[in-house]
Design a protein. Structure first.
Length: 130
């Protein structure tokens, strides 16, 4: 089945730009996985990933995508943003399933001080929501 990556990206960019944590649900496969810094083990299950992504999109300020690469159902999206006074740069690597939903998302972020600050804020919010 052909997957329309461009249509997915239109929906994805709208959800991220509007910080629509609830809107993430329609974009995520039920059995999706996510590799998130600073963890080696992939996160699993849609509810966990949806909660984490919702926290991340509400935490990173000035989040902007700059470049996109599309190869079939494989996507690479370069972004920048800010956590407090620390700038971030990163890449989202997305694999879509047959239904055009995220099957796997791997996120890489630098520099280390920005990642550490983001990880601390996200950890606090995840613990508070548990």
């Amino acid at each position: 089945m052909d997957v329309d990556a461009k249509a997915f990206l239109e929906r994805w960019h709208k959800v991220v730009a509007t910080r629509d944590a609830a809107g993430l649900e329609a974009l995520l496969a039920d059995d999706m996985t996510m590799g998130a810094p600073p963890y080696w083990t992939k996160l699993e299950t849609k509810p966990v990933v949806q909660r984490l992504l919702g926290i991340i999109i509400s935490t990173i300020d000035d989040f902007t995508y700059h470049r996109e690469w599309i190869d079939g159902r494989e996507l690479a999206l370069e972004f920048t943003g800010r956590v407090g006074d620390l700038k971030l740069q990163g890449i989202d690597l997305i694999t879509l399933n047959d239904d055009g939903k995220i099957q796997n998302l791997d996120v890489m972020i630098r520099p280390m001080n920005g990642l550490a600050k983001l990880a601390g804020i996200v950890r606090e919010k995840m613990m508070a929501a548990a």
